[in-house]
Design a protein around this ligand. Structure first.
Ligand code: SAH
Ligand code: SF4
Length: 413
């Protein structure tokens, strides 16, 4: 499993490329059903030997059990013939990402360190609020994009997460929150009712750039949105991109969830530096893609994320330029100001609270909403941009230890 990533080239920050790295097949040879849509489950059943009509019926039933009911034991699927369960269990798996560690912050935020079946680690965060609960889902192990203020961007190992690992995060969260619908609890459409639930919203804001793993993110979110699947409304799902312009229209057309854009700077010079993908797709191109984003309107605004970095992007002039740009492109927009979350070795400071207030006021005064995001889960490194797996931190510690040993080994002069 280590050979899988050891030779992987790290794309340059100015010209990042997608990482089509595939997961290794399961070592037990079974086919993982989590992450597959109905049609793929049907095809897998047929390939395993079921006759076509039966495969179609079973696929529909199994889809419902897996995603709508959270069942992973074939024998508990009551409408499937008892005699068939062992046959299914021999050939197919219904699994969750493995939990390496679960942490809870003093503010209630939870973070899970997860491991894929082929040994890659990634993280997922749950943020409870009074009126909602938001699951922050990862799309990749690490990220190729190297934004200078983001810890994830410093991870060396990168692989796209498979649909099983993306949908698996939402399913795992439902497991831990005990939120699978019980018998008789289904609405008229068999769907999932938000009423009284903790997990109400999903943001693709964990590790990775979701638009560099487009197919898997799309296929996963389709299952999450399916009324007979996980049943979350597209209005409660937000995808955040650092600005992969060529994929934005397709995201709107093929996924249709809310869009958030990591803008973070209003001049070419600063954005080139802190969000290096800007060297490839500049601010004007990005804002034009936002203006063209299918489904954005005054009821469903695009969120511009803006991390507040002291003396870097936080002046009143920056705020005024942000307003000018939003108006110039006539964007149905809101701005989300994110106080910078520091991490060990980061090169920035967070703007002072008065600076953030002044920045926010200028935007509000122009009629654009610009709330300041409250940092959550900082004590367990779960806040925006702090995600970097323990395994990677360990390897860093290892490097430090080795350096110390080398220093000790140096002959004294
Ligand atoms: N890769 C995607 C989504 C994940 S990051 C993207 O960049 O949009 C979610 C948000 O947290 C992004 O706006 C990101 O720029 C921001 N962020 C990254 N590092 C941060 C940090 N150290 N402090 C505050 N926000 C940060
Ligand atoms: Fe990747 Fe987003 Fe972090 Fe940039 S901010 S390095 S795109 S995860």
């Amino acid at each position: 499993m280590s050979a899988d990533t050891a030779l992987m080239p790290i794309p340059g920050s100015a010209d990042p490329v997608t990482v089509p790295r595939k997961a290794q097949p399961r070592s037990d040879g079974k086919v993982e059903l989590v992450g597959l849509p109905r049609e793929a489950i049907r095809a897998a059943l047929e390939e395993a030997g079921l006759e076509p009509r039966q495969a179609k019926l079973r696929a529909k039933q199994i889809f419902h059990w897996i995603y709508n009911r959270g069942e992973s034991d074939f024998t508990a699927m009551t409408d499937i013939a008892k005699a068939q369960s062992p046959w299914l269990a021999e050939r197919f798996a219904i699994t969750r990402p493995q939990v390496v560690e679960a942490q809870v912050s003093t503010d209630g935020t939870r973070k899970w360190l997860l491991r894929t079946h082929d040994g890659h680690e990634y993280e997922m965060v749950f943020i409870p609020d009074a009126d909602r609960g938001t699951l922050c889902v990862s799309s990749q192990v690490g990220c190729t994009l190297n934004c200078t203020f983001c810890h994830t961007g410093t991870m060396k190992l990168v692989r796209n997460l498979e649909p099983a690992e993306i949908v698996g995060q939402v399913m795992l969260a439902r497991d831990s929150l005990g939120e699978w619908p019980k018998l008789g609890e289904h609405g008229a459409d068999g769907g999932y009712s938000q009423e009284g639930r903790m997990l109400t919203n999903i943001v693709m804001m964990g590790m990775g750039e979701p638009l560099y793993n487009f197919d898997n993110v799309r296929d996963s979110l389709k299952i999450v949105m399916d009324g007979d699947g996980l049943g979350l409304s597209k209005r409660r799902i937000t995808l955040s991109t650092s600005g992969v312009v060529p994929m934005m229209a397709r995201a709107g057309e093929e996924i249709g969830v809310n869009l958030a854009v990591s803008l973070h700077a209003v001049t070419k010079q600063v954005r080139d530096e802190i969000v290096p993908i800007n060297r490839k797709y500049g601010i004007e191109q990005l804002l034009q893609a936002c203006a063209d984003y299918p489904g954005a309107n005054n009821a469903r605004r695009i969120t511009f994320e803006y991390v507040m970095l002291k003396d870097k992007n936080d002046s009143d002039a920056d705020a005024r330029e942000l307003v000018r740009l939003i108006k110039a492109y006539d964007l149905p927009a809101k701005v989300n100001l994110i106080p910078f979350n520091p991490w060990e070795g980061s090169a920035y400071l967070c703007s002072d609270p008065e600076r953030i207030r002044s920045f926010s006021n200028i935007i509000f005064a122009a009629g654009i909403s610009a709330p300041v995001r409250t940092p959550r889960g900082r004590d367990i490194d779960a806040a925006c941009g702090q995600l970097k797996t323990a395994a990677e931190k360990k390897s860093r510690a290892q490097i430090d230890r080795e350096a110390a040993v080398t220093a000790v080994d140096e002959p004294a002069s």
